[in-house]
Design a protein around this ligand. Structure first.
Ligand code: OSB
Ligand code: MG
Length: 382
């Protein structure tokens, strides 16, 4: 597949309701959208880095510069046989896995479209629909959280994940567990606790959670291993895992017992699949996380989650939970807690370009020779 040109956009999509985590409140989802063009076809992806480095260290502004100045010039104008060859060419670039994932994922979409095959089939997926749960942000009250959890359980979602932070933990978890004794309930602290808070962590351990996601620092496998040795509840790592090597080290040292794989966090589908395989070799389940992606990133996640060892429900819930209108044409909606993989070649989804244009804050085209153009809404608020 000859990569001819690329288009980078920054999109702001308003969320239906604010999403609060231990690291901040989000009211709009702002993200990088990448389109890669070649042989008359187009592949699309979105980056999962935020404007500020509060989840992990990458940022939208940093990624834009890195993609424009380094990564895209290195891959455009060349004929790539497959994603492996493309990524081997970039293997000397350290870190920046969210930015690299953006290019890798768009290339997978483009390449599998050129093969006329669904992304899931080429990745080696084993199912046509994937089980999903929901991730509930920190709410104003315990009652509001219980109501939301019950509503989602009634819609068929197969697991409830509660965002927690110190001061918003034991009471809300206990109330949701009491309301839904038979549904798997999990918590995600997004790195907001430390080993100094063992008292609270032990209380959470006694509540029968399916697992506890990323209790401790985003870059700290060592303390997670210490904590796992003191807890019955399986720990699940998210922020800490950016590669198959990280996954091996985490599982070898029992810093966790399962892994939240986000293709956009780990450098793309190839690395996501390697993490999946490493976890399988340890007998550790994985599940597919999310970053409040638009339909573009959501579709990539859904295809990835068809691999065999994605045995726990993922976070890729219905698009209509997040947006009044998505940037893709095809609906991505669950039924009975199952999300059908979009049929068709590649990710199987297509951009709603007029709507996308109205959300575009910045647009740059990069050819084999780079040039910048003003976007339809460049410089003005979305
Ligand atoms: O830690 O899994 C996380 C959203 C943004 C950033 C980090 C996380 C999340 C979620 C929501 O939990 C997942 C989703 O619904 O897409
Ligand atoms: Mg998480």
């Amino acid at each position: 597949m000859k990569l001819e040109r690329a288009e980078l956009r920054v999109i702001s999509l308003p969320l239906l309701r604010p999403f609060k985590t231990s690291f901040g409140v989000m009211t709009d989802k702002t993200f990088i959208l990448l389109r890669l063009f070649g042989e008359g076809l187009e592949g699309v992806s979105e980056g999962v880095m935020d404007a500020e480095p509060r989840y992990r260290e990458e940022t939208i502004s940093g990624a834009l510069a890195f993609l424009q100045e380094t990564v895209l010039p290195a891959v455009l104008g060349h004929d790539w046989e497959n994603p492996e060859q493309l990524m081997a060419h970039l293997s000397g670039l350290r870190g920046n896995r969210m930015a690299l994932a953006t290019v890798e994922m768009a290339f997978w979409d483009l390449w599998t479209r050129s093969l006329g095959l669904p992304l899931r089939a080429v990745l080696g997926g084993v199912r046509r629909e994937v089980a999903v749960g929901v991730s509930l942000g920190i709410q104003p009250t315990v009652q509001a959280t219980v109501d939301s959890a019950v509503r989602h359980a009634e819609l068929g979602y197969k697991r409830i994940k509660l965002k927690i932070e110190p001061g918003w933990d034991v009471a809300v978890v206990r109330a949701v567990k009491e309301a839904l004794p038979d549904l798997p309930v999990t918590v995600d602290a997004n790195a907001s606790y430390s080993l100094g808070q063992l008292g609270i962590l032990r209380q959470l351990d006694a509540l029968g959670l399916d697992y506890f996601e990323q209790p401790l620092a985003w870059d700290d496998l060592h303390d997670h291993a210490k904590l796992q040795a003191l807890m019955d509840t399986p720990l699940c790592l998210d922020e800490c895992i950016t590669s198959a090597q990280d996954a091996r080290k985490a599982l070898e040292t029992a810093a966790c017992r399962l892994i939240n794989i986000k293709v956009g966090r780990v450098g793309g589908h190839l690395e996501a699949r390697r993490i999946h395989d490493v976890a399988a070799s340890f007998g550790a389940p994985v599940w597919c996380g999310g970053m409040l992606e638009s339909g573009v990133g959501r579709a990539h996640n859904i295809h990835l989650a068809t691999l065999a060892n994605f045995t726990k429900p993922g976070d890729t819930s219905s698009s209509s939970r997040y947006w009044a209108r998505d940037i893709i044409v095809e609906p991505l909606e669950t039924e009975g807690g199952m999300m059908r993989v979009p049929p068709g070649a590649g990710t199987g989804v297509s951009l709603d370009l007029p709507f996308l244009d109205s959300l575009t804050r910045l647009r740059t085209e990069i050819g084999p020779v780079r040039r910048a153009v003003a976007g339809p809404a460049a410089g003005s608020p979305a």
